[in-house]
Design a protein around this ligand. Structure first.
Ligand SMILES: *Cc1c(COP(=O)(O)O)cnc(C)c1O
Length: 397
Protein backbone atom coordinates (compact mmCIF):
# COMPACT_ATOMS: atom_id res chain seq x y z
CA UNK A 1 0.00 0.00 0.00
CA UNK A 2 1.33 3.45 -0.90
CA UNK A 3 1.77 5.96 1.89
CA UNK A 4 -0.51 8.84 0.88
CA UNK A 5 1.25 12.17 0.37
CA UNK A 6 -0.20 14.95 2.51
CA UNK A 7 -1.33 17.67 0.12
CA UNK A 8 -3.93 19.66 2.02
CA UNK A 9 -6.34 19.73 4.95
CA UNK A 10 -8.28 16.59 3.93
CA UNK A 11 -6.75 13.13 4.23
CA UNK A 12 -8.85 11.66 1.42
CA UNK A 13 -6.26 9.16 0.21
CA UNK A 14 -5.75 7.81 3.70
CA UNK A 15 -9.48 7.35 4.28
CA UNK A 16 -9.78 5.46 1.00
CA UNK A 17 -6.75 3.28 1.69
CA UNK A 18 -8.14 2.35 5.11
CA UNK A 19 -11.46 1.39 3.58
CA UNK A 20 -9.80 -0.71 0.93
CA UNK A 21 -7.74 -2.57 3.51
CA UNK A 22 -10.87 -3.42 5.52
CA UNK A 23 -12.67 -4.77 2.38
CA UNK A 24 -15.04 -1.79 2.70
CA UNK A 25 -14.13 0.28 -0.35
CA UNK A 26 -17.12 1.01 -2.58
CA UNK A 27 -16.93 1.02 -6.35
CA UNK A 28 -19.66 1.67 -8.88
CA UNK A 29 -20.55 -0.52 -11.82
CA UNK A 30 -22.24 1.15 -14.78
CA UNK A 31 -25.36 -0.75 -15.78
CA UNK A 32 -26.22 -0.96 -19.48
CA UNK A 33 -29.86 -1.97 -19.11
CA UNK A 34 -32.19 -3.11 -16.35
CA UNK A 35 -35.83 -4.09 -16.33
CA UNK A 36 -38.14 -6.88 -15.33
CA UNK A 37 -35.77 -8.48 -12.83
CA UNK A 38 -32.86 -8.62 -15.32
CA UNK A 39 -29.76 -6.49 -15.62
CA UNK A 40 -27.05 -6.12 -18.26
CA UNK A 41 -23.55 -5.35 -17.03
CA UNK A 42 -20.36 -5.52 -19.09
CA UNK A 43 -22.33 -6.87 -22.03
CA UNK A 44 -23.60 -9.76 -19.92
CA UNK A 45 -27.23 -10.44 -19.01
CA UNK A 46 -27.77 -11.39 -15.38
CA UNK A 47 -30.66 -12.22 -13.13
CA UNK A 48 -31.06 -9.10 -10.97
CA UNK A 49 -31.75 -9.82 -7.29
CA UNK A 50 -30.32 -6.56 -5.97
CA UNK A 51 -32.72 -3.76 -6.91
CA UNK A 52 -35.72 -2.16 -5.23
CA UNK A 53 -38.04 -2.20 -8.25
CA UNK A 54 -40.18 -4.75 -6.38
CA UNK A 55 -43.10 -4.79 -8.82
CA UNK A 56 -40.97 -4.53 -11.96
CA UNK A 57 -42.60 -1.20 -12.85
CA UNK A 58 -39.50 0.87 -13.70
CA UNK A 59 -39.71 -0.29 -17.31
CA UNK A 60 -43.52 -0.37 -17.60
CA UNK A 61 -44.71 1.07 -20.94
CA UNK A 62 -47.65 2.94 -19.39
CA UNK A 63 -45.35 4.75 -16.93
CA UNK A 64 -42.86 5.60 -19.66
CA UNK A 65 -45.73 6.93 -21.79
CA UNK A 66 -47.04 9.06 -18.91
CA UNK A 67 -43.52 10.45 -18.38
CA UNK A 68 -43.22 11.26 -22.12
CA UNK A 69 -46.66 12.91 -22.22
CA UNK A 70 -45.66 14.96 -19.16
CA UNK A 71 -42.50 16.15 -20.92
CA UNK A 72 -44.59 17.11 -23.98
CA UNK A 73 -46.99 19.13 -21.83
CA UNK A 74 -44.70 20.69 -19.20
CA UNK A 75 -41.17 20.41 -20.60
CA UNK A 76 -38.23 18.58 -19.12
CA UNK A 77 -37.90 20.45 -15.84
CA UNK A 78 -39.90 22.36 -13.23
CA UNK A 79 -37.90 25.53 -13.87
CA UNK A 80 -38.06 26.79 -10.30
CA UNK A 81 -38.54 25.89 -6.66
CA UNK A 82 -42.15 25.13 -5.62
CA UNK A 83 -42.85 28.48 -3.93
CA UNK A 84 -41.75 30.37 -7.03
CA UNK A 85 -43.25 28.75 -10.16
CA UNK A 86 -42.08 25.14 -9.85
CA UNK A 87 -45.36 23.81 -8.43
CA UNK A 88 -47.64 22.59 -11.24
CA UNK A 89 -51.05 20.98 -11.72
CA UNK A 90 -49.19 17.69 -12.21
CA UNK A 91 -47.64 17.99 -8.73
CA UNK A 92 -51.00 18.95 -7.23
CA UNK A 93 -52.69 15.95 -8.84
CA UNK A 94 -50.03 13.59 -7.50
CA UNK A 95 -50.43 15.03 -4.00
CA UNK A 96 -54.20 14.49 -4.16
CA UNK A 97 -53.80 10.95 -5.53
CA UNK A 98 -51.41 10.05 -2.70
CA UNK A 99 -53.62 11.56 0.01
CA UNK A 100 -56.65 9.61 -1.20
CA UNK A 101 -54.67 6.35 -1.62
CA UNK A 102 -53.07 6.46 1.81
CA UNK A 103 -55.89 8.04 3.81
CA UNK A 104 -54.07 11.18 4.93
CA UNK A 105 -55.33 14.77 4.74
CA UNK A 106 -52.48 16.25 2.73
CA UNK A 107 -49.17 15.43 1.07
CA UNK A 108 -46.03 17.30 0.04
CA UNK A 109 -43.58 16.13 -2.66
CA UNK A 110 -39.79 16.01 -2.29
CA UNK A 111 -37.02 15.28 -4.79
CA UNK A 112 -35.88 12.24 -2.84
CA UNK A 113 -36.46 10.34 0.34
CA UNK A 114 -33.13 11.36 1.81
CA UNK A 115 -34.07 15.04 1.68
CA UNK A 116 -37.68 14.40 2.76
CA UNK A 117 -36.50 12.72 5.96
CA UNK A 118 -33.94 15.40 6.67
CA UNK A 119 -36.41 18.18 5.96
CA UNK A 120 -39.02 16.84 8.36
CA UNK A 121 -36.65 16.28 11.27
CA UNK A 122 -34.99 19.64 10.80
CA UNK A 123 -38.28 21.52 10.50
CA UNK A 124 -39.91 19.88 13.51
CA UNK A 125 -37.25 19.37 16.16
CA UNK A 126 -35.84 22.19 18.27
CA UNK A 127 -33.48 21.96 21.21
CA UNK A 128 -36.36 21.48 23.64
CA UNK A 129 -37.42 18.28 21.87
CA UNK A 130 -36.51 14.61 21.97
CA UNK A 131 -36.12 12.27 18.99
CA UNK A 132 -36.44 8.51 19.45
CA UNK A 133 -35.18 6.31 16.62
CA UNK A 134 -34.80 2.63 15.92
CA UNK A 135 -31.08 1.74 15.75
CA UNK A 136 -31.49 0.40 12.23
CA UNK A 137 -33.23 3.46 10.76
CA UNK A 138 -31.97 4.77 7.40
CA UNK A 139 -28.81 6.90 7.27
CA UNK A 140 -30.84 10.03 6.36
CA UNK A 141 -32.70 9.82 9.69
CA UNK A 142 -29.70 8.88 11.83
CA UNK A 143 -27.51 11.59 10.38
CA UNK A 144 -29.95 14.46 10.64
CA UNK A 145 -30.93 13.30 14.12
CA UNK A 146 -27.35 13.47 15.34
CA UNK A 147 -26.80 16.96 13.86
CA UNK A 148 -29.89 18.61 15.33
CA UNK A 149 -29.93 20.53 18.60
CA UNK A 150 -32.57 18.17 20.00
CA UNK A 151 -31.57 15.18 22.11
CA UNK A 152 -31.64 11.86 20.20
CA UNK A 153 -32.23 8.51 21.85
CA UNK A 154 -31.79 5.35 19.83
CA UNK A 155 -33.58 2.18 20.90
CA UNK A 156 -32.67 -1.42 20.08
CA UNK A 157 -34.11 -2.67 16.82
CA UNK A 158 -37.89 -3.13 17.25
CA UNK A 159 -37.41 -3.27 21.05
CA UNK A 160 -40.62 -1.70 22.33
CA UNK A 161 -39.79 -2.26 26.02
CA UNK A 162 -36.57 -0.28 25.49
CA UNK A 163 -38.46 2.51 23.70
CA UNK A 164 -41.03 2.67 26.48
CA UNK A 165 -38.27 3.11 29.08
CA UNK A 166 -36.78 6.01 27.08
CA UNK A 167 -40.02 7.88 26.38
CA UNK A 168 -40.94 11.12 28.13
CA UNK A 169 -44.43 12.60 27.92
CA UNK A 170 -45.14 15.09 25.10
CA UNK A 171 -41.51 15.79 24.22
CA UNK A 172 -41.07 14.93 20.58
CA UNK A 173 -41.01 12.45 17.74
CA UNK A 174 -40.65 8.66 17.46
CA UNK A 175 -39.35 7.51 14.04
CA UNK A 176 -39.18 4.00 12.68
CA UNK A 177 -39.46 2.18 9.37
CA UNK A 178 -42.30 0.18 7.88
CA UNK A 179 -39.96 -2.39 6.33
CA UNK A 180 -36.28 -2.18 7.30
CA UNK A 181 -34.20 -1.69 4.20
CA UNK A 182 -31.31 -4.03 4.96
CA UNK A 183 -33.18 -6.64 7.03
CA UNK A 184 -36.60 -6.80 5.42
CA UNK A 185 -38.44 -7.18 8.71
CA UNK A 186 -41.31 -4.87 9.71
CA UNK A 187 -41.64 -2.41 12.56
CA UNK A 188 -44.34 -3.25 15.15
CA UNK A 189 -46.70 -0.42 14.18
CA UNK A 190 -49.61 -1.37 16.45
CA UNK A 191 -47.32 -1.16 19.48
CA UNK A 192 -45.51 1.95 18.20
CA UNK A 193 -48.81 3.79 17.76
CA UNK A 194 -50.01 2.75 21.23
CA UNK A 195 -46.77 3.97 22.84
CA UNK A 196 -46.94 7.26 20.91
CA UNK A 197 -50.57 7.86 21.86
CA UNK A 198 -50.04 6.93 25.52
CA UNK A 199 -46.98 9.17 25.88
CA UNK A 200 -48.43 12.07 23.90
CA UNK A 201 -45.61 12.03 21.35
CA UNK A 202 -45.70 12.16 17.56
CA UNK A 203 -44.95 9.15 15.41
CA UNK A 204 -43.30 9.06 11.95
CA UNK A 205 -43.09 6.14 9.53
CA UNK A 206 -40.53 5.82 6.74
CA UNK A 207 -42.25 3.30 4.46
CA UNK A 208 -39.79 3.40 1.56
CA UNK A 209 -39.83 -0.40 1.25
CA UNK A 210 -43.42 -1.15 2.31
CA UNK A 211 -45.24 1.22 -0.04
CA UNK A 212 -46.56 -0.61 -3.08
CA UNK A 213 -45.40 -3.97 -1.72
CA UNK A 214 -47.54 -4.58 1.36
CA UNK A 215 -51.21 -4.27 2.22
CA UNK A 216 -54.38 -4.05 0.15
CA UNK A 217 -53.86 -1.85 -2.95
CA UNK A 218 -50.20 -1.67 -1.92
CA UNK A 219 -50.99 0.98 0.69
CA UNK A 220 -48.00 -0.13 2.73
CA UNK A 221 -46.98 -1.44 6.12
CA UNK A 222 -49.67 0.33 8.17
CA UNK A 223 -52.45 -1.04 5.97
CA UNK A 224 -50.86 -4.52 6.07
CA UNK A 225 -50.79 -4.41 9.88
CA UNK A 226 -54.29 -2.93 10.21
CA UNK A 227 -53.02 0.29 11.81
CA UNK A 228 -55.10 3.39 11.10
CA UNK A 229 -53.22 6.06 9.11
CA UNK A 230 -54.58 8.64 11.55
CA UNK A 231 -52.53 7.18 14.42
CA UNK A 232 -49.27 8.08 12.64
CA UNK A 233 -48.57 11.81 12.44
CA UNK A 234 -45.93 11.86 9.70
CA UNK A 235 -45.99 9.47 6.73
CA UNK A 236 -42.96 9.31 4.46
CA UNK A 237 -42.57 7.15 1.38
CA UNK A 238 -40.51 7.10 -1.81
CA UNK A 239 -41.29 6.75 -5.51
CA UNK A 240 -37.97 5.19 -6.50
CA UNK A 241 -38.59 1.70 -5.17
CA UNK A 242 -41.81 -0.27 -5.82
CA UNK A 243 -43.28 2.70 -7.73
CA UNK A 244 -40.43 2.47 -10.21
CA UNK A 245 -39.77 6.20 -10.73
CA UNK A 246 -38.02 8.62 -8.31
CA UNK A 247 -38.88 11.18 -5.64
CA UNK A 248 -40.64 11.05 -2.30
CA UNK A 249 -43.46 12.50 -0.23
CA UNK A 250 -44.38 13.46 3.30
CA UNK A 251 -48.02 13.15 4.31
CA UNK A 252 -50.13 13.93 7.36
CA UNK A 253 -52.46 16.68 8.53
CA UNK A 254 -53.16 19.80 6.46
CA UNK A 255 -51.48 21.79 9.21
CA UNK A 256 -48.30 19.67 9.02
CA UNK A 257 -48.08 20.13 5.24
CA UNK A 258 -48.69 23.87 5.46
CA UNK A 259 -46.00 24.07 8.14
CA UNK A 260 -43.52 22.19 5.93
CA UNK A 261 -44.34 24.42 2.94
CA UNK A 262 -43.19 27.29 5.13
CA UNK A 263 -40.37 25.80 7.17
CA UNK A 264 -38.90 22.77 5.35
CA UNK A 265 -35.71 24.18 3.87
CA UNK A 266 -35.09 21.18 1.56
CA UNK A 267 -38.49 21.97 0.03
CA UNK A 268 -38.38 25.73 -0.15
CA UNK A 269 -34.84 26.12 -1.49
CA UNK A 270 -34.74 23.31 -4.05
CA UNK A 271 -35.94 23.12 -7.66
CA UNK A 272 -39.14 21.10 -7.68
CA UNK A 273 -39.21 17.61 -9.21
CA UNK A 274 -39.99 17.72 -12.94
CA UNK A 275 -43.78 17.83 -13.51
CA UNK A 276 -43.37 14.97 -16.00
CA UNK A 277 -41.97 12.85 -13.18
CA UNK A 278 -45.08 13.61 -11.12
CA UNK A 279 -47.22 12.47 -14.10
CA UNK A 280 -45.27 9.19 -14.23
CA UNK A 281 -45.70 8.60 -10.48
CA UNK A 282 -49.45 9.30 -10.65
CA UNK A 283 -49.76 6.68 -13.39
CA UNK A 284 -47.61 4.27 -11.42
CA UNK A 285 -49.91 4.56 -8.40
CA UNK A 286 -52.87 3.50 -10.57
CA UNK A 287 -50.94 0.38 -11.61
CA UNK A 288 -49.75 -0.32 -8.06
CA UNK A 289 -53.30 -0.14 -6.69
CA UNK A 290 -54.45 -2.75 -9.18
CA UNK A 291 -51.48 -5.06 -8.62
CA UNK A 292 -52.80 -7.32 -5.85
CA UNK A 293 -52.14 -10.39 -8.04
CA UNK A 294 -48.51 -9.32 -8.62
CA UNK A 295 -48.10 -8.85 -4.86
CA UNK A 296 -49.50 -12.33 -4.20
CA UNK A 297 -47.09 -13.77 -6.78
CA UNK A 298 -44.20 -11.92 -5.12
CA UNK A 299 -45.18 -13.34 -1.72
CA UNK A 300 -45.12 -16.85 -3.21
CA UNK A 301 -41.63 -16.23 -4.62
CA UNK A 302 -40.45 -15.04 -1.20
CA UNK A 303 -41.79 -18.19 0.46
CA UNK A 304 -40.15 -20.39 -2.20
CA UNK A 305 -36.81 -18.63 -1.78
CA UNK A 306 -36.84 -18.86 2.02
CA UNK A 307 -37.68 -22.54 2.01
CA UNK A 308 -34.96 -23.30 -0.55
CA UNK A 309 -32.25 -21.16 1.08
CA UNK A 310 -32.91 -22.63 4.52
CA UNK A 311 -32.70 -26.14 3.09
CA UNK A 312 -29.26 -25.18 1.71
CA UNK A 313 -28.13 -24.10 5.19
CA UNK A 314 -28.16 -20.31 4.69
CA UNK A 315 -28.95 -18.02 7.59
CA UNK A 316 -31.87 -15.72 6.72
CA UNK A 317 -33.30 -12.70 8.52
CA UNK A 318 -36.77 -12.63 10.11
CA UNK A 319 -38.29 -11.22 6.93
CA UNK A 320 -41.43 -12.05 5.00
CA UNK A 321 -40.92 -9.20 2.51
CA UNK A 322 -39.02 -9.21 -0.83
CA UNK A 323 -35.87 -8.11 1.05
CA UNK A 324 -34.12 -11.32 2.08
CA UNK A 325 -30.68 -10.87 3.67
CA UNK A 326 -28.31 -13.83 3.69
CA UNK A 327 -26.18 -13.20 6.75
CA UNK A 328 -22.52 -14.09 6.34
CA UNK A 329 -20.79 -11.90 8.95
CA UNK A 330 -17.46 -10.79 7.49
CA UNK A 331 -17.25 -8.17 4.73
CA UNK A 332 -14.78 -10.24 2.71
CA UNK A 333 -17.09 -13.28 2.85
CA UNK A 334 -20.00 -11.16 1.58
CA UNK A 335 -17.87 -9.85 -1.31
CA UNK A 336 -16.71 -13.35 -2.24
CA UNK A 337 -20.25 -14.68 -2.22
CA UNK A 338 -21.48 -11.82 -4.45
CA UNK A 339 -18.53 -12.49 -6.78
CA UNK A 340 -19.35 -16.18 -6.95
CA UNK A 341 -22.97 -15.45 -7.85
CA UNK A 342 -21.91 -12.98 -10.55
CA UNK A 343 -19.78 -15.70 -12.06
CA UNK A 344 -23.01 -17.70 -12.31
CA UNK A 345 -25.03 -14.91 -13.89
CA UNK A 346 -26.80 -13.65 -10.74
CA UNK A 347 -26.40 -10.03 -9.64
CA UNK A 348 -26.78 -9.56 -5.85
CA UNK A 349 -25.44 -6.81 -3.63
CA UNK A 350 -22.93 -7.37 -0.82
CA UNK A 351 -23.91 -5.04 2.03
CA UNK A 352 -21.13 -4.14 4.44
CA UNK A 353 -20.50 -1.78 7.36
CA UNK A 354 -21.13 1.08 7.89
CA UNK A 355 -24.40 0.42 6.03
CA UNK A 356 -25.05 -2.46 8.46
CA UNK A 357 -23.54 -3.10 11.94
CA UNK A 358 -20.02 -4.56 12.09
CA UNK A 359 -20.06 -8.37 11.89
CA UNK A 360 -23.39 -8.50 10.03
CA UNK A 361 -22.22 -8.17 6.42
CA UNK A 362 -24.71 -9.82 4.16
CA UNK A 363 -25.88 -10.53 0.72
CA UNK A 364 -29.04 -8.49 0.26
CA UNK A 365 -31.26 -10.55 -2.00
CA UNK A 366 -34.37 -8.78 -3.31
CA UNK A 367 -37.11 -10.46 -5.28
CA UNK A 368 -39.37 -8.78 -7.78
CA UNK A 369 -42.82 -9.58 -9.18
CA UNK A 370 -41.27 -9.82 -12.66
CA UNK A 371 -39.29 -12.87 -11.53
CA UNK A 372 -40.69 -16.32 -12.10
CA UNK A 373 -40.40 -19.43 -9.96
CA UNK A 374 -37.68 -20.65 -12.34
CA UNK A 375 -35.67 -17.49 -11.50
CA UNK A 376 -35.86 -18.31 -7.79
CA UNK A 377 -34.71 -21.85 -8.54
CA UNK A 378 -31.83 -20.48 -10.62
CA UNK A 379 -30.81 -18.20 -7.75
CA UNK A 380 -30.88 -21.11 -5.28
CA UNK A 381 -28.83 -23.25 -7.63
CA UNK A 382 -26.25 -20.46 -8.01
CA UNK A 383 -26.07 -20.10 -4.22
CA UNK A 384 -25.60 -23.79 -3.60
CA UNK A 385 -25.09 -25.16 -0.10
CA UNK A 386 -23.54 -22.79 2.40
CA UNK A 387 -19.80 -23.42 2.84
CA UNK A 388 -18.07 -23.55 6.21
CA UNK A 389 -16.08 -20.32 5.61
CA UNK A 390 -19.32 -18.36 5.11
CA UNK A 391 -20.42 -19.22 8.62
CA UNK A 392 -17.89 -17.22 10.65
CA UNK A 393 -19.11 -14.33 12.75
CA UNK A 394 -22.66 -14.30 11.48
CA UNK A 395 -25.46 -13.55 13.88
CA UNK A 396 -29.08 -12.59 13.51
CA UNK A 397 -29.66 -8.85 12.98
C1 LIG B 1 -34.16 4.52 -0.10
C2 LIG B 1 -34.53 5.00 1.25
C3 LIG B 1 -34.61 6.35 1.55
C4 LIG B 1 -34.15 7.40 0.59
O1 LIG B 1 -35.03 7.53 -0.47
P1 LIG B 1 -34.47 8.12 -1.86
O2 LIG B 1 -35.69 8.59 -2.54
O3 LIG B 1 -33.81 6.99 -2.55
O4 LIG B 1 -33.54 9.23 -1.50
C5 LIG B 1 -35.08 6.72 2.79
N1 LIG B 1 -35.43 5.80 3.71
C6 LIG B 1 -35.32 4.48 3.46
C7 LIG B 1 -35.71 3.51 4.52
C8 LIG B 1 -34.86 4.04 2.24
O5 LIG B 1 -34.70 2.74 2.01
Amino acid sequence: MMTPVVTGPFALGQALAEREQAALLRRRTPVEAASGGRIRVGGRDCLNVSGNDYLGLAGHPAIKAAFAAGVAQYGAGAGASPLVTGYSRAHQQLEETLAEWLGVEAVLLFNCGFSANQAVLKALLGKEHLLWQDRLNHASLQEMGSQLPCKMKRFGHNDMAALERLLEPSRGLIVSEGVFSMDGDQGPWGELSRLAARSGNWLMIDDAHGLGVLGPEGRGTLAAQGVSPGSVHVHMGTFGKALGVAGAFVGGSRELVEYLVNFARHYVYSTHMPPAQACAVTRSIELVRGADEARAHLARLVARFRQGAQALGWQLGASDTPIQPLLVGESSAALQLAERLRGRGVWAGAIRPPTVPVGTARLRITLCAAHGEDDVDRLLEALGPRLADERGGAHAP
